[in-house]
Write a protein that binds this ligand. Structure first.
Ligand SMILES: [Cu+2]
Length: 68
């Protein structure tokens, strides 16, 4: 299991947090997602053989936000 912290720009409310959490959370191999609206972070625990940084970036972009 790996753990990564991403910086996310553009989240402004709990709906944004939910969009990011759901978008990343539905990826195969993701064990947990904790999004901090104030800190602008997402802490993701994942199985590195199944999913990678590019997948997180894509899912977050599809939710409408940028990874720094
Ligand atoms: Cu929002």
């Amino acid at each position: 299991m790996n753990k990564i912290t991403l910086m996310i720009e553009g989240m402004s409310c709990s709906h944004c947090v939910k969009a990011v959490t759901d978008g990343v959370g539905e990826l195969a191999g993701v064990e947990s997602v904790v999004v901090d609206l104030v800190g602008k972070t997402a802490i993701i625990e994942y199985q590195p053989e199944k999913v990678a940084l590019e997948d997180f970036k894509q899912a977050i972009a599809e939710a409408g936000f940028d990874v720094q």
